[in-house]
Design a protein around this ligand. Structure first.
Ligand SMILES: [Fe+2]
Length: 245
């Protein structure tokens, strides 16, 4: 059976990414050589333009964050030069639109002043999907996600029920799998985990998050298989093989 390998990464939150976990995942991708890499949103944190309270000690500009995002994109490209890249906006990238609409609506739709422009996606030959546009690949929907449930798997299940089809989301920062079989069919939902640091300033103690990503194998007639890959303390494992920075 012809198979296409896709990797799905999300909630990286550059510049608050976990450098060890991210490097381990790039090492795995270098070896696995996926045909397509889906960056499923919240690649960038966009802390600078967050409407939430911000730590005054963290002083930098959006351009500083954007430079780190493009450095990450270029490192990912170097790891898998033959892959097709697809960038999906998450709610954090959508902060740019919300900021402009709230603070300087006169700048809305200015060419280049959007996610595609500030990360140079067109020049980098990276496909783009805005926050409101889920993508369907065969029998699987891909979207950053919009609602978070309390425990691992619950967000995947909520997304699956809303979609009415198979779906893969990021957003919750948890890893989970939620199948449901009825007399008619089996539907499946996945949440893929995150690659950000596990010490956010707004959570006391350890967050209930898991680092990792998903490998998606697409076959003929829209068949597909999914493996969730965990990253733990800067290492990840695929088929018994260990990857580290
Ligand atoms: Fe996120």
């Amino acid at each position: 059976m012809t198979r296409e390998l896709h990797a799905v990464l999300g909630c990286i939150h550059v510049p608050y990414h976990d450098k060890g976990a991210t490097r381990a995942v790039l090492a795995a991708l270098r070896r696995q050589k996926p045909d397509v890499i889906h960056l499923l949103g919240d690649v960038a944190d966009c802390y600078t333009i967050s409407m939430y309270n911000k730590d005054p000690a963290r002083k930098f500009l959006l351009v500083d964050e954007a430079r780190q995002v493009t450095t990450f994109l270029d490192r990912a490209r170097d790891a898998v030069p033959g892959a097709r890249f697809e960038f999906y906006e998450g709610n954090h990238e959508d902060r740019l639109r919300r900021y402009i609409w709230a603070k300087c609506p006169e700048l809305a739709k200015l060419p280049g002043l959007d996610t595609r422009g500030i990360y140079g996606l067109t020049e980098r030959n990276i496909g783009f999907h805005d926050y409101r546009s889920p993508v369907r690949i065969g029998q699987l929907w891909l979207h950053h996600g919009e609602a978070i449930r309390k425990y691992a798997g619950w967000t995947a299940r909520a997304a699956m029920l809303k979609t009415g089809g198979n779906v893969m989301v990021a957003h919750s920062h948890r890893q989970g799998y939620a199948p449901q079989t009825t007399w008619e069919h089996t539907l499946q939902g996945w949440e893929i985990g995150c690659l950000c640091r596990l010490d956010p300033e707004y959570i006391i103690g350890r967050p209930d998050w898991q680092q990792g990503f998903a490998l998606l194998r697409l076959g003929r007639e829209a068949q597909f298989g999914v493996d969730l890959v965990r990253a733990v303390r800067g290492k990840c494992w695929i088929g018994g093989e260990e990857y580290k920075p």
